[in-house]
Design a protein around this ligand. Structure first.
Ligand code: SF4
Length: 552
């Protein structure tokens, strides 16, 4: 047995069965995953007798035999002990490193557009073979990997127990401690999906079609787990589900398909993630840029939350995996690792029913709270732990998911609240801020300072410019910390996307003007922290954001 196959509880059982204190499991996990502490000669002897320890050195169970690098990704080809090979792809984000791991040698799902599907499954990977992809990639990079996606070769749910053990092992707090929200399981949908409905990891389901007729043509698995089952699953799940949709020219990318898809997913707590296809030797073509834009536009105008996935590793034909297209590792989540921007520190907390980014912006020992979502107690405690004194609340806009903790903060700390002048009605009226509609207790908050466009305020020793950016709401404000090159963009500008305009006061034209005429004139190196999802930069969004196509 390989030591990297052992979940923490299995290791505890191992020691208990041998009359040893189960607390030794913690020492072993710390030793092998964190390289801290020492093993007593007795424990070292026990482990040496009962386990293989190899972590990829020559002659070991897994080793890198090929590396293929481009600017933003590295494909690693691993040879396994039985000479089978699997791939993993390392993606370098500005917020950390992510690894897309394989879960099987080949895949039996036979998706028509996927090269892995053309290779029949040879076998399942054992947990240690997935763990070692991670450890070897870290060794290669000489850096930690903070996010893992199960989107490489194989269908994770077709290797259920081993994949669950793998997630257990890499997530354990005494080991690699990769938080569930930084782990994404991507599946084409198998009956066992229902067993992980409430798993705290992200779930991405390969939908790829708006109806069973098309899905059955490109995904044989549809006969076992069809669209109705996927939709029922996503409807009952408490967490947001990502629905993957690969754009295949002439197959599933017409305007009609987009309208059908919008109707299908309406009212579901989900993102639709449109994925440009990486052409392979198979008979499928990538949808053109205009087709993609039109499809995306129909979803957005129908009120569906959609993103277009940034591609990684195009030049290296990055691991085929689920889709022959490299995927974003985080499916919409931002790292909440504190980040330093020159003088200030930014802590992100992802909170609430729609995963709002609440930011704690610290300068020395004072903190500004931007868009506090529930709960105030949690955020106050967080500030305490960080030894920060909250001094003000800045609201980018008044939607319920950005103001949930305002009243709690006011009651506890009497903090002043800043918002845009035209946003007053959203803050005060539950019909405008959406709290009356989205299953929340209707909420009404009061701003103490209503800001004009271009007004400059000074708080916590930081100079902040309020930029009026209507479009998502009538009085939305983005906060620009000029000396730090940082922008908090609320729900106006997102990585590869922009805000919805179908709520009260929304306007597509105003939103496009706000982004193109105001935000895109900021220095290109400005880091953008959005109300949901990943951070980005003005430079990146000027090059890739689809907003240009939606200017009326
Ligand atoms: S897309 Fe995924 S599930 Fe389908 S054949 Fe490829 S690896 Fe298997």
């Amino acid at each position: 047995m390989n030591i990297y196959n052992m979940t923490f509880s299995a290791l505890e059982d191992y020691f208990t069965e041998r009359g040893e204190n189960k607390a030794k499991a913690k020492l072993v996990y710390n030793y092998i995953y964190r390289k801290t502490g020492e093993l007593s000669p007795k424990v070292a002897q026990m482990l040496e007798t009962d386990f293989a320890f190899d972590a990829g050195a020559s002659g070991a169970s897994i080793e890198i035999i090929e590396k293929n690098e481009c600017a933003d990704a590295v494909k690693l080809l691993f040879k396994l002990h039985d000479n089978n090979t699997v791939e993993a792809v390392l993606m370098k984000h500005d917020y950390g490193n992510a690894l897309c791991v394989s879960t099987q040698v080949g895949c039996n799902m036979n998706c028509a557009f996927c090269q892995s599907g053309a290779m029949k499954k040879a076998r399942d990977l054992l947990p240690f073979e997935m763990v070692l992809q991670l450890l070897e990639a870290e060794k290669f990079l000489d850096e930690k990997i903070s996010r893992v996606t199960l989107m490489g070769i194989g269908e994770p749910l077709d290797n259920f127990e081993n994949v669950m053990d793998f997630i257990d092992i890499i997530g354990h707090r005494h080991g690699l401690a990769i938080a569930p929200r930084h782990i994404t399981i991507s599946t084409c949908g198998l009956p066992r999906l229902n067993e992980i409905s409430e798993i705290p990891c992200n779930l991405a389901i390969s939908l790829h079609a708006p109806n069973d007729e098309i899905r059955s043509r490109i995904m044989p698995v549809n006969s076992a787990y069809n669209i109705e089952r996927i939709i029922d699953f996503a409807k009952t799940r408490k967490k947001k589900t990502t629905l993957e949709y690969i754009m295949l020219s002439g197959v599933n990318d017409s305007d009609e398909n987009a309208h059908e898809l919008a109707e299908l997913v309406r009212g579901i707590n989900c993102y639709v993630n449109l994925i440009p296809y990486n052409e392979t030797s198979l008979d499928f073509k990538r949808s053109g840029a205009d087709r993609l834009k039109s499809f995306y536009s129909i979803l957005i105008q129908s009120g569906i939350r959609a993103t277009v996935r940034r591609e990684f590793g195009g030049e290296i034909k990055a691991a085929c995996g689920q889709l022959s297209a490299m995927r974003r590792a985080d499916v919409g989540a931002i790292s909440n690792r504190p980040r330093k921007e020159k003088n200030m520190k930014i802590i992100t907390e992802i909170l609430g029913m729609v995963s709002t980014n609440t930011y704690i912006v610290a300068n020395n020992d004072e903190a500004l709270i931007i868009d506090p979502e529930e709960s105030a107690e949690f955020l106050i405690e967080k500030c305490k732990k960080e030894q920060l004194k909250p001094v003000a609340i800045l609201l980018t806009h008044g939607h319920f998911d950005h103001i949930g903790a305002v009243n709690g903060f006011k009651e506890a700390l009497k903090l002043p609240v800043y918002a845009g002048k035209a946003e007053k009605i959203y803050l005060e009226n539950p019909d405008y801020n959406g709290s009356a509609k989205f299953g929340r207790t209707p909420v009404s908050v009061t701003a103490d300072v209503l800001l004009d466009d271009n007004e400059i305020i000074e708080l916590a020793g930081l100079k902040i410019k309020a930029i009026a950016t209507p479009g998502h709401t009538a009085g939305g404000i983005c906060y620009h910390f000029e000396s730090e090159n940082v922008l908090f963009s609320g729900d106006v500008l997102f990585a590869d996307s922009f805000g919805r305009t179908d709520f009260p006061g929304g306007s597509q034209k105003e939103l496009a003007d706000s982004i193109i005429n105001k935000l895109f004139t900021l220095p290109e190196e400005t880091t953008v922290y959005s109300g949901h999802g990943m951070s980005t930069s003005i430079d990146r969004e000027k090059k890739s954001n689809p907003i240009y196509g939606y200017r009326l």
